[in-house]
Ligand binder design. Sequence first.
Ligand SMILES: CC(C)(COP(=O)(O)OP(=O)(O)OC[C@H]1O[C@@H](n2cnc3c(N)ncnc32)[C@H](O)[C@@H]1OP(=O)(O)O)[C@@H](O)C(=O)NCCC(=O)NCCS
Length: 169
Amino acid sequence: MNSAIELEALPPVGNQPAYLAPLVRAIWPKRGDEINALFQDGGSDINASADHPFAIKFEGEYIGITGFYRYDDAAVGSCWHGITPSMRGRGLSRAAFDAVRLLAANKYPGAQEIIELIPSDRDTDLVPYFSKLGFRHLGEIARFDYLPKGPAWRIYRAPLRSPNAGESS
Ligand SMILES: CC(C)(COP(=O)(O)OP(=O)(O)OC[C@H]1O[C@@H](n2cnc3c(N)ncnc32)[C@H](O)[C@@H]1OP(=O)(O)O)[C@@H](O)C(=O)NCCC(=O)NCCS
């Protein structure tokens, strides 16, 4: 794990720091404003009160965001995970993801798995990445009202407590 990574807790609803909106727009150029609005009103996931969003810091700079939420009794969900374009490809996402898994495992001792919901319109770019982190699709499709309509949202699962479960190249 990259030990220079720090996770800084963000408030789950409203009162977001000034750096957050530009960072989110840089990470998700097509959906940045929509995601910022969700951040402000907490309408992000199944149970907004259980959201745990973080800014990712590296060498004193805010370079990404990540987070987790309670998915069900046996699992946490991963959300808001992204690295600003200029800092990608350096292992920082994997390091932040490992740190999130550790925090989520400590927060929810009964949870065994971590879930990532991947929309079908992003299969090509995200499936190879999350497969590397140890996620597998068992055929389940998510049907929650908060998910944007259009794509099918596939449920990918990985063990919560095996940070090195993913393949490494
Ligand atoms: C997906 C994303 C987080 C990856 O960030 P990154 O910093 O480039 O990832 P890392 O450098 O930590 O790479 C981790 C591993 O995944 C691999 N990887 C990264 N992007 C990949 C891709 N598109 N396809 C396949 N593998 C990929 C790396 O090779 C690395 O493997 P290794 O550890 O075996 O060497 C980044 O591209 C991003 O922020 N995208 C926009 C936001 C987004 O779509 N988030 C996804 C969920 S909402």
